[in-house]
Write a protein that binds this ligand. Structure first.
Ligand code: AMP
Length: 321
């Protein structure tokens, strides 16, 4: 057994801001201790959680405010990581009990995985209370967590400009009614092709995306793993090519990183038309590709703005042909 910790380092341009910025993103999601098993035999415990991957990517673009909970067992390196990569932790609760834990085993193709366990721990009794200052964050990312919590957080926000939501199979199976309520209040809904089929009964990702567009979101991004994604709107569908990585180290967190880059990019834009959202998915692909090149959070911790810029340019060059 290997135990691998992720040692955070200080990024060059992550100044902490006190006033509410017009590009501030509020997120709620899991903050976790993950157990990961890779097909090459690497296994171990690492910091993880949907919110954790999200803050590492989104904070490259805009200030991130976090809503969440950790237990008394959350390691100091995790607290340090959150301090460094966020602008506001007023709504992060630290309570007696166990931090959310998730275990995953990847199959030989490095894409499919089996959930070994999900232990909600302190998320089981979590009651998010959004501080007055955080309620006016213009951008909201509802990362993967119980839909009832996503709804609770959204209900406390004062008319956000843009709401992006992610989910996973577990919640489609166990919390469908609440999940549908979240989808109805979402502007851009992110999910993968398996989840899209489970939600709509349609194996065709475009058809599934279109059905979901009629349930609330203006845009639906159906992710197709190494095959890229489809950006679906009521009238149009745009394919988005993947940035292919030959040597995947660990696919965990690719989806959350994708979302972090998308919303991060969108914070600097006045419009959210199809072309702008398409461009944001390019950032999503690129940040997802960095995430899978390292174990746990490592792939995201070692990059800087220049690495991102270079890979975006390379992606655009490759996909032009
Ligand atoms: P992704 O690979 O993008 O699906 O994200 C992986 C992260 O999601 C891991 O770090 C897990 O801790 C977290 N995760 C797994 N299952 C759940 C769940 N049911 N709810 C919230 N977060 C989860």
């Amino acid at each position: 057994m290997t135990t691998i910790a992720c040692i955070p380092y200080r990024r060059e341009s992550n100044s902490r801001r006190i006033v509410m910025n017009s590009d501030a993103i509020l997120t709620v999601g899991s903050i976790a201790i993950d157990w990961l098993e890779m097909p090459d035999g690497t296994e171990g415990e690492v910091l993880g959680g949907s919110a954790t991957y999200f803050i590492l990517t989104a904070s490259q673009f805009a200030p991130v405010h976090v809503v969440g909970v950790v237990g008394s067992d959350f390691p100091q390196e995790g607290h340090d990581l959150y301090k460094i990569h966020t602008a506001n932790l007023d709504d992060l609760q630290v309570v007696d009990g166990k931090t959310f834990r998730w275990g995953g085993r990847y199959h030989e193709n490095w894409e499919n995985r089996t959930t070994l366990f999900t232990e909600l721990g302190v998320f089981g009794d979590f009651k998010p209370a959004i501080s007055q200052g955080n309620r006016s964050c213009p951008f909201v990312f509802l990362a993967n967590i119980q839909p009832s919590l996503q709804l609770d957080v959204l209900g406390q926000m004062e008319s956000p400009r843009l709401v992006i939501t992610d989910t996973m199979n577990l919640w489609i199976d166990t919390a469908l009614i609440d999940l549908k309520k979240v989808i109805a209040k979402t502007d851009i809904f992110l999910l993968n092709d398996n989840e899209a089929e489970k939600l709509t009964g349609l194996s065709d990702p475009e058809g599934a995306g279109r059905v979901l567009c009629r349930q609330g979101p203006k845009s639906v991004v159906v992710k197709l793993g190494s095959r890229g994604a489809l950006l679906v709107e009521e009238e149009r569908t745009v394919p988005v090519a993947a940035y292919k990585i030959d040597s995947v180290v660990d696919p965990t967190g690719a989806g959350d990183s994708y979302a972090g880059a998308m919303i991060g990019y969108l914070t600097s834009k006045k419009k959210t038309d199809l072309a702008t959202i398409k461009k944001s998915t390019i950032y999503g692909n690129v940040m997802g590709s960095f995430a899978v090149q390292g174990y746990g959070l490592e792939g995201l911790l070692r990059i800087n703005k220049m690495d991102i810029k270079k890979r975006i340019a390379l992606y655009e060059k490759i996909t032009r042909f």
